[in-house]
Design a binder for this molecule. Structure first.
Ligand SMILES: [Fe+2]
Ligand SMILES: [Fe+2]
Length: 185
């Protein structure tokens, strides 16, 4: 079989879907490189900050690394803002959704909510509630998300910080973003 014969999904047979399944797996080839490319797209425009979002991402990951974090957490720190490229209005949720198959539920939750939690540091300057994150106060990952923002994210806009280069993190990205294991229900 080279191709299926159906033109409507409802007409496909079990044999055809068995044939298609491993071929679709090829879509996953190159995902680490595409995520790294997304990261690199954030180079250049600093959008008024002292460093661009690529350097911000590297700096966030560097701080996570120097705090002795596990590899998955370091990769999450590196990629937490990749949603910015395609979804600036819901970048936290977008990044979390992309990374979800490869990461723990805890890291998924942290990335998904980091934008709101980061708001603690500036929402009050925009007439918004800086404590909006408090509604998650009883969530088991609340403190981890607070710590992510405080220790790594909100402080990583520093042009004078000794940030590690992307080459340090690339092998980690390729190891973490390999086999999906945390599937959607
Ligand atoms: Fe962010
Ligand atoms: Fe960030």
């Amino acid at each position: 079989m080279d191709t299926v014969s159906f033109t409507k999904m409802e007409d496909g047979t079990k044999e055809e879907y068995t044939f298609l399944d491993p071929l679709y797996f090829q879509c996953r080839e190159g995902i680490p490189e595409m995520l790294l490319a997304l990261l690199k797209q954030m180079q250049g425009d600093r959008l008024g900050y002292q460093i661009d979002r690529y350097q911000h991402s590297l700096q966030t990951a560097t701080r996570a690394d120097r705090d002795g974090s596990d590899e998955e957490t370091i990769v999450c720190a590196l990629l937490h803002d990749i949603g910015d490229v395609l979804a600036p209005d819901n970048h936290s949720q977008a990044a979390a959704a992309i990374l979800q198959p490869y990461i723990s539920e805890r890291n998924y939750w942290i990335i998904k909510h980091h934008g709101l939690f980061q708001g603690y540091y500036y929402f009050h300057h925009a007439n918004k509630d800086r404590n909006a994150r408090d509604r998650f106060k009883d969530h088991p990952h609340y403190q981890a998300c607070v710590d992510f923002c405080h220790r790594w994210d909100q402080c990583s806009f520093d042009p004078n910080y000794d940030t590690m280069p992307l080459e340090h993190f690339e092998p980690m990205v390729r190891r973490v973003i390999s086999e999906p294991w945390n599937h959607f229900d």
